[in-house]
Design a protein around this ligand. Structure first.
Ligand SMILES: Nc1ncnc2c1ncn2[C@@H]1O[C@H](COP(=O)(O)OP(=O)(O)O)[C@@H](O)[C@H]1O
Ligand SMILES: [Mg+2]
Length: 261
């Protein structure tokens, strides 16, 4: 059984075929990247996979189960987590609380029945304590200890992106969708992120789907790459095969020198 695959995925907005008959299969625990010029349909694929959009046609199969028609919440519980191209966090909550929100999707007892209300031996309290331990692990892993009690609003853009990544990880996903995680980061943050993405794959045993504009990063980090233009597949293959494909090079003409930026 395939780990994760999409089959003949299509969606139109008005007359525009934003994603047209896209299929791919992703191996477990691999890094699978989607590249393409602006407006080529990359984020739309993520919106389809995470249930924000419903496809006009096609299937999205996680471990044999079709996700099409399920709500975003249900899909997240099934094990597909994501970060957004534009950060979506609670600005007036702390780093810790934002990441805890990723855990609450797994809690049986609800958000507001914490340890203080119910006593430390209640089931809800035990669950809360276990969740806090997982979140503390993520905070350590992403090197966020120094800002754990700060409001997200006070953080740099790069740090906020890490908090969003932390919240997605807190879901303990099987598949993690990262939409331009390095956008807006400085060089040092990008280097850290590059290492962390590889570490996440190892330490959290998760499959990563990555949309990223930094071509050096993409070529270095990806197991396989899917190149898209105008909503349609150009090629899917190993980084070296994609990088040298004439249509990929052509699709990017006019943009900056993507392979040496
Ligand atoms: N909700 C929507 N309504 C109308 N058009 C949309 C919507 N979402 C995406 N599109 C269009 O679909 C195309 C692909 O967009 P997108 O997937 O965001 O591109 P990318 O992420 O590759 O830059 C664009 O032309 C965009 O304007
Ligand atoms: Mg996009």
């Amino acid at each position: 059984m395939d780990h994760f695959r999409v089959e003949n995925l299509s969606i139109s907005f008005g007359g525009l075929k934003a994603v047209n008959n896209v299929s791919f299969t992703v191996e477990p625990n691999s890094i699978f990247s989607i590249i393409g010029p602006n407006g080529s349909g990359k984020t739309t694929i993520f919106n389809l996979i995470s249930g924000i959009y419903h496809p006009n046609n096609g299937r999205i199969i996680l471990e044999g189960e079709d996700m099409v028609g399920k709500t975003p919440d249900r899909i997240a519980r099934k094990g597909i987590a994501r970060t957004f191209q534009n950060i979506e966090l609670f600005a007036k909550a702390t780093v810790m609380d934002n990441i805890m929100l990723g855990r609450h999707i797994h809690m049986k007892t609800g958000i507001f029945t914490g340890a203080t209300l119910l006593g430390r031996r209640s089931r809800a309290a035990q669950e809360e304590i276990a969740n806090r331990e997982i979140v503390e692990g993520i905070i350590d892993f992403l090197d966020l200890q120094s800002v754990r009690d700060q409001y997200v609003a006070s953080l740099s853009y790069g740090k906020r992106k890490l908090v969003e990544l932390g919240r997605a990880l807190a879901l303990k996903p099987k598949v993690l969708l990262l939409d331009e995680p390095s956008a807006g980061m400085n060089t040092e943050e990008k280097e850290d992120l590059n290492i962390w993405i590889k570490d996440i794959r190892e330490d959290y045993q998760v499959t990563i789907l990555l949309i990223e504009h930094d071509m050096n990063m993409i070529m270095g980090i990806s197991d396989r790459i899917f190149a898209i233009n105008h909503g349609e597949k150009i090629i899917e293959g190993l980084p070296r095969d994609v990088q040298t494909h004439p249509e990929v090079i052509k699709a990017y003409l006019g943009e900056e020198d993507i392979f040496h930026a």
